[in-house]
Design a protein around this ligand. Structure first.
Ligand SMILES: Cc1ncc(COP(=O)(O)O)c(C=O)c1O
Length: 404
């Protein structure tokens, strides 16, 4: 199921590096696995499109039956263009402006509101509407502090203790609370932490408080392995346990509710690779530095979250092992993909593959230093398809001129 070295080499015959490559079959497999792992009959997956918003990936997941977790009006417009109908989109409205609120309200997409002040403004402007409420699950978990979204320090969600204030505002404006949402964090290492967040949220839900409730959305956070020797989280055990938990909860609640999850990483992270070329070898005292033709503008996770991405030397896999720093081409000292990494000898011109680059890599990219984003290709049933053409340097400059 993984992209073979032969396929990578075929891609390199057709396209220059830096190049993002995705495996369509693996994305489909992960989507279908979630339904096998979580045997709850009213399960619905909402793909967190912030992880990777390539139109072809969105279309692929649309065909599979996914819905969309959108976090901006731009996400919504793109999801609509990819074929998702408005009822398959949930808008997690984080720190939106009034203008954005009115823009999205016109599109008639369900809002997921995570602050009392926004709920008040929404209710005043749109009395009687349906709404989903985001609560803070009061659990701190996730693989880096920047991607933990629960707990007292978090800017996300309404504290569980404030549930009565939520109900007061809903009552005042006759809002119908049809969904309750939480998202604990990204890359949660232990299923007990995910389940704790779920239990905390379920603890505030009763039919008296939420008579219109249709679904509970437990967010994303499914962890994928970035290190080769990393133990995989047992999501089939998780799925059985949460099915039991939620089924039991629904009995108490008095009605079968839908259960939503919003995975990003789990669906797309492992499907992607970024291929780069070693352009510059440098010996500093006690250090071998390899510069490549990409940088944090194209894959920021190592610099931003100190994230580990496995690297391979595709051109010299059997070379003598040496220790390298792999650095990018952006004029910032922090622009580094790996420090003290053991790799088969790297020569200028060698191709390096950066693994697990399908989530929060291209989508967090920019053209900083005026370097265009790479092209993206997808392997679909063994065939290579260009799914987004990167601009040339000159085209990027022209685009900027045209925009000014
Ligand atoms: C509200 C919300 N849902 C879902 C996700 C997806 O998380 P992950 O990619 O870890 O599954 C995120 C990620 O930041 C999020 O903020």
């Amino acid at each position: 199921m993984v992209i073979s070295d032969l396929q990578l080499k075929q891609c390199l015959k057709e396209f220059a590096t830096p190049l993002y490559i995705y495996d369509a079959n693996l994305i489909k497999k992960r989507y279908q696995q979630l339904y096998k792992w979580i045997p709850y009959k009213k399960l619905q997956i909402y793909y967190a499109m912030k992880a990777n918003y390539n139109l072809h990936i969105l279309r692929l997941l649309e065909k599979e039956g996914s819905c969309i977790d959108a976090v901006s009006p731009g996400d919504i417009y793109l999801a609509l263009k990819a074929g998702f109908s408005k009822i398959r989109i949930l808008f997690t409205a984080n720190k939106i402006s009034d203008e954005e609120m009115h823009e999205v309200a016109k599109l008639d997409v369900l809002f997921n509101i995570g602050s009392l002040s926004r709920l008040e403004k929404f209710g005043k402007a749109y009395p009687g509407r349906e709404v989903c409420i985001r609560f803070n699950p009061d659990v701190i978990a996730g693989e880096h502090e920047f991607i933990r979204t629960g707990g007292e320090a978090s800017k996300f969600g309404i504290f569980l203790e404030k549930v009565d204030l939520v109900l007061e505002i809903a009552e005042k404006y006759k809002l119908k609370i049809v969904g309750i949402h939480e998202h604990t964090g990204s890359g949660i290492p232990e299923i007990v932490q995910m389940q704790k967040g779920m239990r905390n949220i379920l603890g505030i839900i009763t039919i008296e408080r939420f008579p219109y409730l249709r679904f509970v959305d437990f967010g994303g956070g499914f962890k994928v392995p970035y290190h080769l020797d990393e133990k995989k989280v047992d999501y089939s055990k998780f799925g059985e346990e949460v099915t039991e938990l939620f089924t039991g909860f629904c009995k108490l609640f008095g009605r079968d509710l839908e259960m939503y999850f919003e995975p990003g990483k789990l669906l797309v992270a492992e499907s992607g690779k970024l291929l780069v070329t070693a352009t510059t070898l440098k010996e500093n005292p006690g250090k071998k530095i390899v510069g490549v033709n990409s940088g944090f503008s194209q894959l920021i996770r190592p610099m931003f979250y100190q994230a580990y991405h496995h690297l391979r030397n595709l051109s010299n896999p059997n070379g003598k092992l040496k220790i390298y720093d792999i650095v990018g081409n952006i004029c910032e000292s922090g622009d580094c993909f790996a420090v003290d990494r053991e790799l088969p000898e790297i020569r200028e011109g060698d191709i390096l593959a950066i693994k697990t680059a399908g989530a929060y890599c291209y989508s967090m990219g920019s053209v900083y230093n005026m370097r265009p984003m790479p092209s993206e290709v997808m392997i679909v049933d063994g065939k290579i398809r260009l799914i987004r053409r990167g601009l040339s340097n000159e085209e990027l400059a022209k685009k900027i001129v045209n925009e000014c």
